[in-house]
Design a protein around this ligand. Structure first.
Ligand code: KG4
Ligand code: ZN
Length: 332
């Protein structure tokens, strides 16, 4: 079963062909980083325009790389939400047109479920139940997945997403966009204990997160100590990263213990962060928890994960009508 996946929820235009929901035959990702870098963040209108320009060549390339023709496809899966409405519409429109001309089934995929399904593209696949920490530029949430295609929200950010915090702090430090990889690079030469940033504590039992406090602390610190030498910038980057990692790992292992879950999936753009991967792996190992993390290229936005999730939804009998539409605030 060959499924074409299409992803255009934010600033990456992506298409992929995945066989049986597991085997990646092709995965093409056209990044818009250069378009948005001058603004230090994604400009929605520019993102949709760029998607319109590149989406057809991206799909053609994915088909060519996979060595399949449109007629060889069994179905088409597209990100329906959450995301930027103008961006989502470009992917949904093309997916509907392709489904119509090929007379193949269409399925709408939740972008966050796509991130979770990235782990099924590389063995070993996690067994259910598991806990999934989805950390991206737009989302930071913990889901309990008791069985296939079922999710219970265990905790989420009360303000910024973790990736958003990385992007904003990188901007404050003049490190450029996207911020996550820039902070990670800069942090390598810094002291993670150099600046004591506050760790957000939840007073209730929820496994929620908060990143606006640390962002404000970094902003105040930068203003108090300007101009900053390169070594000071590295210390701030390393300390910020260490604090965010600690918050993410602490809430995740606490929730895993409370739910008695022995498997954790770490996914989304921020899961590409080496410090986060290492810290979660270490804490989990101490507690007998297995961690599943997609390889770097499958952590950040891609269409193979959308095809994988779409395949599972199709197998469960789901079909989208050609009247389906983008849902910018689609919940998982
Ligand atoms: O999943 P993703 O590609 O797009 C969304 O769905 O949002 O995630 C993008 C986010 C950005 O905020 C980016 O700064 C962050 O992931 N990111 C990282 C790293 N690589 C990407 N954050 C920390 N460390 C990284 N290495
Ligand atoms: Zn994403």
């Amino acid at each position: 079963m060959n499924v074409l996946g299409i992803e255009s929820s934010c600033d990456e235009t992506a298409a992929a062909v995945v066989a049986d929901g597991r085997r990646i035959l092709s995965s093409v990702v056209a990044s818009q980083d250069a378009v948005h870098a001058p603004y230090g963040g994604v400009v929605p209108e520019l993102a949709s325009r760029r998607h319109v320009e590149v989406i057809v060549p991206v799909v053609e390339r994915a088909l060519a790389d996979a060595g399949v023709k449109l007629g060889d496809l069994d179905a088409i899966a597209v990100t329906q939400g959450p995301g930027l409405v103008g961006s989502l519409l470009v992917g949904c429109s093309l997916a509907k047109a392709l489904a119509w001309v090929t007379a193949r089934p269409l399925v709408g995929v939740n972008h966050l479920e796509g991130h979770i399904f990235a782990v099924f593209l590389e063995p070993p696949a996690p067994e259910y139940p598991f806990l999934a920490l989805v950390v991206s530029g737009g989302h930071t949430a913990l889901y309990h997945a008791p069985a296939p295609l079922r999710y219970e929200l265990v905790g989420q950010t009360r303000d910024d997403a973790a990736g958003e915090a990385f992007d904003k702090v990188a901007k404050l430090l003049g490190l450029g966009y996207p911020g996550g990889p820039a902070i990670e690079r800069t942090a390598r030469s810094g002291d993670p204990a150099g600046v004591p940033f506050p760790l957000a504590q939840m007073t209730d039992q929820r496994a929620d997160f908060s990143f606006s406090g640390i962002k404000t602390s970094v902003s105040l610190h930068v203003r108090c100590h300007a101009p900053l030498a390169a070594a000071a910038v590295a210390d701030i980057a390393a300390s910020f990263q260490a604090t965010v990692v600690k918050m993410l790992v602490r809430q995740t292992v606490k929730a895993a213990a409370r739910l008695a879950v022995k498997r954790v999936v770490l996914t989304g753009g921020v899961a590409a962060n080496t410090a986060l991967r290492a810290a979660l792996a270490a804490e989990a190992a101490e507690r007998g928890i297995t961690v599943h993390v997609p390889s770097m290229r499958l952590c950040t936005d891609n269409a193979a994960m959308i095809a994988a999730a779409g395949t599972a939804r199709l197998a469960a009998g789901e079909r989208a009508a050609l009247t389906m539409n983008a849902i910018p605030d689609l919940a998982l």
